[in-house]
Design a protein around this ligand. Structure first.
Ligand SMILES: Cc1cc2nc3c(=O)[nH]c(=O)nc-3n(C[C@H](O)[C@H](O)[C@H](O)COP(=O)(O)OP(=O)(O)OC[C@H]3O[C@@H](n4cnc5c(N)ncnc54)[C@H](O)[C@@H]3O)c2cc1C
Length: 457
């Protein structure tokens, strides 16, 4: 990519998630040149990843190619690449392919990763739900458990049909509700498993599900989950994780091959490369204008930023915060260039919502919006409506809406496909090792070179 100096102000945005895209949109068709860098060529709509993992939506429905989003902006270019380091003194960002991109203003919007709180085995054995690939892998793994159980009736005793979720925040609750619904469909696919009941165990160290919500909402969510068959374990933490079991805080060992980790995030490790002391959760302490205290040209936004709200607590790591921060930084850059002073960032909290499952959602408006609360069918409809509005891409919206309507009336989950990377890798090895015409024999390719054994069996 050409990085020749132009006279126009160059804004480099790292990360095309909610925050990064909001910066690009707020600077579209203005006097600056924007380069948006992301390791993927698509934006992932993370709030719907759990639906991909539970076969409710296809992977393509919750992602949108970034070039398709920015091509109408005129002054915004996309560069696919993984950022590995920063040279803030020379105003350069380094990519792992060796290229360096120069900037006048830098916005770091690389999001967050799941934190393991130092619990042994989490990083090695738990399933995380942060990327599209992880969602597809988890879905494939879940279906593989059913395939294995169908072959061997002892499999459910070995924990193949026990699915544990750590963390009963919105992601854990949504995942638990959706798994129960998936199992209702999957059960019909496996007559061999008649009489077996898959388990969903939701594990939460505090005393309630959906901890940030009001007591009435928490009680409704817990009641609904239990009624639908989820085993809710409160005041219990995961202490150790192994491939075929997990150990809980009270010493109980639960046989399971599936622990889904929804127990909190920490800022993306790229924040460590900024060379500044980090705050709790690895978040970067930034000024009220969202830049590094001694580098006004370096902004950090979204899940990676540590800014305190009026209540003295850090803003939640949610999409609305990232979007509002992105818009604010876009405005700040333009105001600076135009010689005016910008106002400090203030988060306008609109409230929070989560879905428990079919016809059961919860929505709480913020105090600024009147503090109303509604649950059940209305909460569910509100959740669907808001997510459809924010899902990028007209086709994605049409697909998601059509699929939801179809699923609602048929109770189906159409994307029950095993498409994980493990299977793709095995397929590639099998293809590479298949005898070709003229092959000299087992273990030797047609050209006489040695062929490696398949890695996966
Ligand atoms: C499963 C799940 C469900 C969620 N549900 C909700 C919800 O219902 N409502 C809600 O408000 N919030 C929800 N969130 C949180 C919300 O998604 C985040 O708060 C939001 O995405 C943060 O935006 P961001 O711009 O900071 O980072 P992200 O949106 O995470 O974007 C970060 C971008 O940076 C890119 N990137 C990372 N590292 C590099 C690198 N080295 N080089 C180049 N690019 C890089 C990534 O590919 C990604 O595109 C959920 C999160 C998850 C994981």
């Amino acid at each position: 990519m050409a990085t020749a100096r132009t006279t126009r102000h160059r804004v480099l945005v790292v990360g095309a998630g909610f925050g990064g895209l909001a910066v690009a949109r707020s600077l579209r068709r203005t006097e600056v040149d924007v380069t948006l860098v992301d390791q993927h060529n698509f934006h992932t709509f993370q709030p719907l990843l759990y639906q991909v993992a539970t076969a409710g939506l296809s992977a393509e429905d919750v992602a949108h190619q970034i070039r398709g989003i920015v091509r109408v902006h005129g002054n915004v270019r996309f560069r696919m690449g993984r950022v590995s380091d920063f040279d803030l003194d020379r105003r350069r960002v380094l990519l792992d392919d060796g290229e360096a991109l120069s900037y006048d203003s830098l916005v770091l919007a690389a999001g967050a990763v799941y934190g393991d709180y130092g619990i042994p085995g989490v990083l090695e054995h738990a399933f995380m739900l942060k990327s599209l690939h992880e969602a597809v892998d988890l879905r494939s793994h879940i279906i593989r458990q059913f395939e294995a159980a169908a072959l061997d009736e002892r499999a459910s005793d070995e924990g193949r049909l026990t699915f544990a979720i750590a963390g009963a925040g919105p992601t854990g609750v949504e995942m638990a509700g959706a798994l129960v619904e998936l199992f209702a469909v999957v059960r019909k696919d496996y007559p061999e498993l008649a009489g077996t009941r898959p388990r969903v165990v939701l594990i939460e160290p505090t005393g309630a599900v959906l901890p940030p919500y009001t007591p009435a909402t928490r009680a409704y969510a817990e009641r609904t989950l239990r009624r639908r068959g989820v085993e809710v374990r409160l005041e219990t933490a995961v202490r150790r994780v192994a491939p075929e079991w997990i150990e809980l805080g009270d010493g109980e060992v639960l046989s399971t091959r599936t622990l889904i980790w929804a127990a909190g995030v920490r800022a993306h490790p790229l924040t460590e490369r900024l060379g500044v002391p980090l705050g709790p959760g690895g978040r970067v302490p930034v000024s009220a204008h969202l830049h590094l205290p001694d580098r006004p040209e370096v902004f950090v936004i979204g899940d990676a930023a540590g800014v305190l709200g009026d209540d003295g607590r850090p803003h939640p790591q949610v999409a609305q915060v990232a979007i509002q921060m992105g818009k604010h930084v876009g405005r700040t850059i333009l105001e600076r260039l135009r010689g005016s002073t910008s106002a400090p960032f203030r988060y306008r909290d609109r409230g929070q919502m989560a879905i428990i499952g079919r016809s059961a959602g919860v929505a709480e408006l913020s105090r600024q919006l009147g503090g109303g609360r509604f649950g059940g069918f209305l909460g569910w409809l509100a959740w669907l409506f808001v997510h459809l509005i924010y899902l990028p891409g007209h086709q994605n919206r049409v697909n998601a809406m059509a699929t939801w309507i179809y699923n609602f009336f048929t109770y189906d989950r159409h994307a029950r496909l095993v498409l994980d990377r493990r299977e793709q890798a095995a397929e590639a090895v099998r293809t590479a090792t298949a005898p070709r015409p003229g092959a000299a024999g087992d273990g030797v390719g047609g050209d006489g070179t040695e062929v490696r054994e398949p890695v996966f069996r």
